[in-house]
Design a protein around this ligand. Structure first.
Ligand SMILES: Cc1cc2nc3c(=O)[nH]c(=O)nc-3n(C[C@H](O)[C@H](O)[C@H](O)COP(=O)(O)OP(=O)(O)OC[C@H]3O[C@@H](n4cnc5c(N)ncnc54)[C@H](O)[C@@H]3O)c2cc1C
Length: 381
């Protein structure tokens, strides 16, 4: 039997591994992909789908077609447990998967347990397929509302800000004057970590568009109709969307793998686990040797390194080291086919920024279309 390379998750780094395998298989190895969904919705374009700029298909990478092109068998299930010493996976469909080499790019999970009421009453953005499936019902509730419909978004990072603008744009498109969007962050300005003028510009735009921003008090709990802040203030919220950053799934911590204090898999500069060198990890699930924010930018940048290192390791060669770039370009859409670009201390805004983002996002997705040339080009995240 051939040695087994298992790819766990079809995230931003693994689609590049699959593309690389489509160009050139690894001789003598059987490669399999475990993924709960047969497509990967590209998160950078999700706000554009809500805003009505894209069809869902425009934002989706067909993992099944990509795996087929790469000669990789796709198993549609999720990993629920890992025994890193025994090199064995437990899957949601009850199957056990054995491997000689494992690569993990399963992304983050929603942080539901840190906020009382979130698991029962919140709509998490992850898994993205869960949010996509829930959207028609939410849209129908908004459309049917005779009085004001308060939609609260908790988490004012890039995803929260883009989605707040996107919902507001959708309300304009659909004629939903009853929808009020509130974005709740944990500091006076949204987009923590970006330059102050980009943050102020985002806040000003929100105010102009009638999006309410609350950043002075953290959320204490939510229920079916309200969001309660730690200050004691209570906001009406007929629906609450959770965008509160990236949490680690539970299974890596229980697997025997070395993980950081948050449960993310600690890897060295060559993306191999610090404790189990037969296991690699990349993307948000990994805690890199040079710590970086959880962001699509670094998941994408890790892709080519991961692909080259998996090949090298399978072929018995030494892997290469990688230091993630210090700065990342953030392109944040503001709903109206405009966007804010932020790079280090520099931030600019305009329709041309959105066209730029749109063009690089499209070319990223296009790379993975069946029959595409699979050329290298970095997306906006
Ligand atoms: C709306 C939105 C907008 C965003 N905008 C930006 C942006 O502009 N710039 C930016 O840098 N970042 C952005 N982000 C963050 C970005 O999406 C993440 O940082 C990025 O998705 C991380 O990539 P990843 O490859 O680690 O994981 P993911 O893209 O989440 O991919 C993980 C894959 O693994 C699969 N999977 C999950 N669990 C399992 C399991 N147990 N077993 C098997 N497979 C599993 C999932 O189905 C998925 O296919 C945004 C996020 C959202 C939600």
């Amino acid at each position: 039997m051939k040695p087994q390379l298992l790819l766990l998750g079809g995230g931003h780094a693994h689609v590049q591994v699959l593309a690389e395998l489509a160009r050139q298989p690894i001789p003598g190895w059987q490669v399999r992909l475990i993924t709960p969904y047969r497509r990967q919705i590209y998160s950078g374009m999700l706000p554009g789908w809500i805003a009505g700029h894209y069809r869902l298909d425009d934002c989706a990478i067909d993992l099944e077609a990509l795996a087929k092109q790469a000669g990789v068998e796709l198993l549609q299930t999720a990993c629920t447990g890992l025994d890193a010493d025994a090199k064995r996976l437990q899957c949601a469909n009850g199957e056990l998967g054995c491997f000689d080499r494992l690569s993990i790019d399963t992304g983050p999970v929603a942080a539901l347990h840190s906020l009382p009421g979130a698991a029962e009453h919140g709509l998490p953005i992850r898994p993205i397929e869960g949010f996509v499936a829930a959207w028609p019902t939410l849209a129908a509730r908004i459309a049917a509302a005779r009085e004001r419909f308060e939609l609260a978004l908790i988490g004012a990072g890039a995803a929260g800000v883009e989605l707040a603008f996107a919902f507001q744009q959708r309300a304009r498109l659909e004629g939903w004057p009853q929808l009020r969007v509130s974005l709740i962050g944990s500091s006076a300005l949204p987009l923590d970590g970006l330059p102050a003028h980009a943050r102020r510009s985002a806040l000003m735009l929100m105010q102009q568009r009638g999006i309410r921003y609350l950043g002075t008090s953290r959320v204490a709990r939510i229920d079916a109709q309200h969001v309660e802040l730690q200050s004691g203030e209570q906001l009406d919220a007929q629906a609450t969307l959770l965008l509160t950053g990236a949490a680690a799934p539970a299974w890596p911590r229980l697997s025997g793998l070395s993980t950081d204090e948050h449960g993310f898999i600690r890897v060295g500069p060559d993306l191999r686990s610090l404790s189990h060198p037969a296991i690699s990890a990349a993307g948000d699930v990994a805690a890199y040797a040079s710590p970086r924010p959880k962001s699509g930018v670094y998941a994408v940048r890790a892709g080519p390194v991961l692909a080259a290192n998996l090949r090298a390791l399978c072929e018995g060669r030494a892997p290469s080291d990688w230091t993630p770039q210090r700065r990342a370009l953030y392109l944040i859409s503001t709903g109206d086919r405009h966007a804010i670009a932020s790079w280090g201390p520099v931030a600019v805004r305009g329709a041309w920024v959105w066209r730029w983002k749109n063009s690089i996002d499209h070319s990223f997705i296009q790379r993975y279309r069946p029959g595409a040339g699979l050329s290298q080009r970095m997306p906006s995240q």
